[in-house]
Design a binder for this molecule. Structure first.
Ligand code: ZN
Length: 487
């Protein structure tokens, strides 16, 4: 009897202990959630596909003998602010061109490069922030020079906003204190936070905080490479949640509603629901064929007319697209596939792939594959290296056959429809791959002449994969192809 009672006591004791332990666990979880929820900061913002959702993407791509330029930027159908962005981009291009004039060090293998890409964020309805990453690489530099520049626009008022327009009170001191505290609390920075460069770079002066973004849930301050830490630590971003800054940000700039998306660029007229291929095409393996290819797009004003011409003549081509242009041109990409065209990978933002790190190279390829996958449900099977430059590392890393060309129209140079079309029509041979760019209206115009003329000459216009497949040639991963050997 006594023993039974003791067992009962023991049970009660165990239950009591269990409840106590559970409540402790619960409390610690709750506290943890609480600190997580009220945490002032978050770590860095990773560039993401989503951050091209706002605005339309414009791209400038230039091929020189010793230098290459790819610049991407968003426009918002706001004349004044778009002009502001465009002139910022142009200034960088001019500065770069000046820098590389008579550059005896650069050669065909190691071209000087300017690459500008961006992310755009929306906070409140009309307020958007753009972050530009500007990469300059010339043989004069030991490492590529990377610069960050941000813009915040009030689209409704057509006004660029500076910190002083958005914030109030002792905001610089507040930003300085918060950011200093943040870095001091991070273990990884402990060897750097008592250095002069750290104090100097975080002083409460406007210039130290001029790179900022208003994102959905907070303000992001960006510290450029070398601003507060030695170069090897790179750029730093600190996100401060709006509730922490409530006293210092004017209320109209704090997110109160979700961002309205802007009208998509790529609504093309008609046939939107027509999911079948135009007409069935039959390829005669014994007849001559040619593959037209277009790089650097899609670009509404050139790609759409090119697709129209191809469709009209029941022909197809291959489009080597840029990953960063894909999310804004979903309709065009889908239409390409629907009408039997092929999509190839041409990197994410047109960097020179032979000069970047292996990690970055992989990212350039994989981000583009996923962007396309998201839109058409399958991934490209072929790739074209930017600027046509490749090396053994690229061949080893790109898990696709790489496609160059046998006819170079130099359409980017002449921008002359007549010249481009004549060049193709006169030089076309069975098995050729023709290089063009769906960036220029002059190219779209040339295509209007090229397609019927080649058909008249007895050529079939096919995609890259078709060109090889129907002739029983195998495209191998890691190999370079510039034409089909023929039958
Ligand atoms: Zn290109």
């Amino acid at each position: 009897m006594k023993q039974k009672r003791n067992i009962k006591k023991l049970y009660l004791f165990i239950i009591f202990i269990s409840i106590f332990t559970l409540s402790l666990i619960y409390k610690s979880i709750r506290d943890k959630n609480k600190t997580m929820a009220t945490n002032t900061y978050m770590t860095s913002l990773t560039p993401n596909l989503e951050h091209k959702e706002l605005g339309k993407i414009e791209s400038i791509i230039k091929y020189g003998n010793n230098s290459v330029i790819a610049a991407h930027y968003p426009i918002f159908d706001n004349d004044k602010l778009d002009r502001n962005t465009t002139s910022f981009i142009q200034k960088h291009i001019d500065k770069f061109n000046e820098l590389i004039i008579d550059n005896p060090l650069a050669d065909k293998k190691y071209k000087s490069e300017l690459n500008i890409d961006y992310e755009v964020y929306g906070s409140t309805k009309n307020i958007i922030s753009i972050k530009f990453t500007i990469l300059e690489n010339t043989p004069y530099y030991a490492n590529p020079k990377i610069e960050i520049d941000t813009f915040t626009y009030d689209l409704a008022k057509s006004k660029e906003l500076y910190l002083v327009d958005i914030m109030k009170g002792k905001y610089l001191e507040t930003l300085s204190n918060l950011c200093t505290k943040y870095f001091k609390e991070q273990e990884e920075f402990k060897d750097y936070v008592d250095k002069e460069i750290f104090r100097h770079g975080l002083e409460p002066v406007e210039n130290n905080y001029s790179n900022f973004l208003l994102v959905e849930d907070g303000m992001v301050i960006i510290f450029e490479k070398y601003q507060i830490f030695p170069g090897e630590l790179g750029e730093q971003e600190v996100k401060i949640h709006y509730d922490i800054l409530e006293k210092y940000i004017k209320p109209q700039y704090i997110n109160r509603h979700s961002v309205e998306t802007f009208a998509p660029e790529n609504t093309y007229e008609g046939e939107k629901k027509d999911l079948e291929m135009v007409r069935s095409r039959k390829i005669d393996p014994n007849m001559p064929m040619i593959a037209l290819t277009f790089d650097d797009g899609p670009y509404t004003r050139a790609t759409i007319p090119i697709l129209n011409t191809l469709k009209e003549h029941n022909s197809v081509a291959t489009f080597f697209v840029l990953g960063n242009r894909v999310p804004k041109h979903k309709d065009i990409i889908q239409r390409m596939v629907r009408e039997g065209n092929e999509i190839g990978n041409h990197s994410y933002n047109h960097k020179q792939l032979t000069t970047i790190s292996t990690d970055e190279l992989r990212e350039q390829i994989s981000k583009t594959q996923s962007a396309i996958m998201e839109v058409i449900g399958s991934q490209p099977k072929i790739m074209r290296p930017t600027y046509g430059s490749y090396d053994s590392r690229l061949k080893a890393e790109v898990e696709m056959p790489m496609i160059l060309w046998s006819i170079d129209t130099e359409d980017w140079k002449s921008r002359d429809a007549e010249k481009v079309s004549q060049h193709v029509i006169q030089n076309a041979k069975d098995g050729d791959i023709v290089l063009m760019h769906d960036l220029y209206e002059s190219t779209a115009e040339a295509v209007e002449a090229i397609v019927p003329a080649l058909i008249n000459k007895g050529f079939q216009l096919v995609t890259i994969s078709e060109l090889y497949e129907v002739r029983g040639e195998v495209l191998e991963v890691g190999n370079i192809y510039s034409r089909s050997r023929g039958r």
